[in-house]
Design a protein. Structure first.
Length: 265
């Protein structure tokens, strides 16, 4: 296990690395990275994703530390490609979750040589009314420093069943004591989504792709994943009807399903 950082221009990009396999797996987290990065979290992340450790060397990247206003999803993908090359990752399987899936789409479109297989979990290829409404509210909460409301609302839009009841209770309390060191980081990440649209370029993704959706997704809506599935040539569709946007946390077999799909030749 390794907690590291790689230089991207005048700043650094934090990442964690674990596993001992010859294959490379790159993981890109969602918008929550704007509030808390992967820095120093190699041990808990290695435990969470241990199923991949035998066959893969796994890298999970945060966005770079300093980001300019107007930073776009496509620029994030360019920086991700630069980070992979700096770490001598010539080709990898890529798993992008939520906003991470947006970055992964552009990575596969603009740098196909870097992506062997692509997994897009709870993805969207463009802003839709559901995303726009949620983001506008979350940006307002973050700008006003109302992190309790932000965390409670994101929990309500992400979790289902008992998990929703549990996280709804604790999220408001956590928000009262949680103050990110750089509120601008979350705002820049969130605002980048509002200008994202890769829909008309999805047919340029030529690698095998696995799209995974939640039937109760209240963050990006239930149609967003279908749009992607219909436009990527070599695409498999995975569906969890009873889970929402946090299906990658809630579904006990999520990592196992991703692992077995990646291992198929």
């Amino acid at each position: 296990m390794h907690n590291g950082a790689v230089r991207i221009g005048s700043t650094m990009m934090d990442y964690v690395c674990f596993g001992k396999g010859e294959k490379k797996l790159v993981m890109l987290p969602g918008l929550s990275d704007g509030l808390a990065t992967v820095r120093g979290k190699a041990l808990p992340l290695a435990l969470s994703y241990r199923i991949f450790s035998k066959d893969y060397t796994v890298y999970m990247f945060s966005r770079k530390r300093q980001m300019h206003t107007g930073y776009t999803i496509r620029e994030m993908a360019e920086d991700q490609a630069q980070a992979m090359r700096a770490l001598h990752i010539q080709q990898a399987d890529v798993l992008g979750v939520s906003q991470g899936s947006m970055i992964a789409q552009y990575l596969a479109i603009d740098h196909p040589e870097l992506v062997r297989k692509l997994v897009l979990a709870v993805p969207a290829a463009r802003v839709n009314p559901v995303i726009e409404k949620n983001l506008s509210r979350w940006i307002s909460y973050a700008a006003d420093g109302e992190y309790g409301k932000l965390m409670k609302d994101t929990a309500e839009k992400s979790y289902t069943g008992e998990n929703l009841r549990r996280y709804s209770k604790i999220s408001g309390l956590l928000g009262k004591v949680f103050h990110p060191k750089e509120a601008d980081r979350f705002l820049i990440n969130a605002e980048a989504i509002l200008t994202f649209n890769a829909l008309d370029e999805l047919d340029q993704i030529t690698c095998p792709t696995y799209v995974i959706a939640g039937g109760e997704d209240k963050t990006v809506g239930t149609e967003a994943a279908y749009e992607i599935y219909e436009r990527i040539p070599h695409c498999t569709f995975g569906y969890y009807p009873d889970y929402g946007h946090a299906v990658y946390e809630e579904a006990k077999d999520f990592n196992e399903r991703v692992y077995h799909w990646l291992m198929k030749e």
